[in-house]
Ligand binder design. Sequence first.
Ligand code: PAF
Length: 277
Amino acid sequence: VNILTRVDALRAALRGRRTACVPTMGNLHQGHLDLMRMARAHGDAVVATLFVNRLQFGAGEDFDRYPRTFDSDCDKLEQAGVEFLFAPADAELYPAPQSVFVEPPPVARQLEGEYRPGFFRGVATVVLKLFNCVQPQAAVFGKKDYQQLMVIRTMVRELNLPVDIVAAETARAPDGLALSSRNSYLTPEQRAMAPQLQARLREVRDRIVADSGNLLQIEDAAVSALTVSGWQPDYVAIRRQSDLQSPGAGDRDLVVLGAAKLGGTRLIDNLEFARSH
Ligand code: PAF
């Protein structure tokens, strides 16, 4: 993999190429490699970006301890046949204190935006910067960060960015746990409990599909079940897929999103489904 740390060198290397980009914060796992594989179908050059973006971490969040595994990330990209890695230093992407920001759309105010103030502003700003550096025709994002994907799609549409946004399904461990760099924080006991988050979301889906209970009760039951098993849930929320608003009676395509802490580790997950009533 060709490692590029400077924007001018990156642009020179990509000139004339049809580029598909996979933005990451590193500590790559199979989920990221799935995104790289999808990217290959959308460009003749695939560029992974690796940048732990301070701007999207709040005070007291895990910026300092976020896993940084540069050498093994490069090995994985090499094995996956990814041609370019853009890995700028902080000073390359933020040469001066950032004073211009992307104001994220209203969909960003709830759920993750409520529990992580400033998160989506930081994500939207850095993704726009990365798009301006790489100038890709397409970019691939995972559905695990469901709300992030919606924020980025809205930004691309409303800022007229010439980038196709491609969504990839969440990669999971055999026991159902969504792959995430933050899983590496879990103790063995917490790792054994972690699939419960997806299991509770599946129960929510099953109850809605079976039409047993109203949506608020179903959300509350899932939050209680997580609490009883030793989690500190932030939310379990049933929303419509189209805009992440609360579903009306006629909405069929839904998604249930959950965020909960196990000890000091905050995990998120979601599950899309359709109801027929
Ligand atoms: O999803 C992530 O890893 C990050 O939020 C992203 C999109 C790379 C922006 O820093």
